[in-house]
Structure formats: structure tokens, C-alpha cells
Design a binder for this molecule. Sequence first.
Ligand SMILES: *[C@@H]1O[C@H](CO)[C@@H](O)[C@H](O)[C@H]1NC(C)=O
Length: 111
Amino acid sequence: MKLEKTYEIVTHLASSNAVVLFSISGCCMCTVAKRLLFSLGVGPTIVELDHHVAGREIQAVLFQLSSNGQHQTVPAIFVGGKFLGGIETLMACHINGTLVPLLKDAGALWL
Ligand SMILES: *[C@@H]1O[C@H](CO)[C@@H](O)[C@H](O)[C@H]1NC(C)=O
């Protein structure tokens, strides 16, 4: 599959769901990211790449998106159609208080 086509799949998933979490089963940091979102009351759309037909291609796209200093391609979190980042960015936003407003803006949290 072409990379542009895969990029479309990713942007479509991201823009049609408030929060999307790309994961691989057995990835610890993916579990940490899921737990954090669940604990905030968010039910993210979870895409397990090892169970997705285009999983490898999607990982290549995520790798391109996260090439600014991130080491792992998963978890990759999209909020409101935009690429937020991986676990480090998610945690940093949680700690500095920008995560909840971001989730509210995206319509992932109502309260
Ligand atoms: C919070 O952390 C994120 C991720 O590091 C950063 O992009 C953002 O600018 C920070 N915001 C504030 C208000 O510190």
C-alpha cells in the first residue's frame, strides 16, 4: 500500500474520532496511555496495529509524524484530529494541565 493512502487512513481515523490511540498489544506504554485516558473518563478509539491489515504501513506513517525526537511509534495519540504525540507528550500535557482542556475542546470530555 502506498504511504499517501495509509496517511489518508490515519488522518481519516483521527478526524472522525475525538481521541485515537494507536497501540500494539503487549506494549507497556500503550497500556499506561490507555489507563491514563480511561482514568480521565475518555473512551479513546483504540487501533491495535498488530491486528490491523495496514498495521505496518500505519506504523511507518506514525514514525514519520513522531520523528521529532521520539523513539517509539506507539502509543501514538491523536486528539481532535491532530497528532498529540506519544506517551511522553501525553504525560507532559497531563502534568502541565493542558491535557484536560484539549480533551474538552475535542469533545472527548463533557464535564
Ligand atoms: C505542556 O506540555 C506540552 C508537551 O510537552 C507542551 O507542548 C505545552 O506547550 C505545555 N504547555 C504549557 C502551558 O506548559
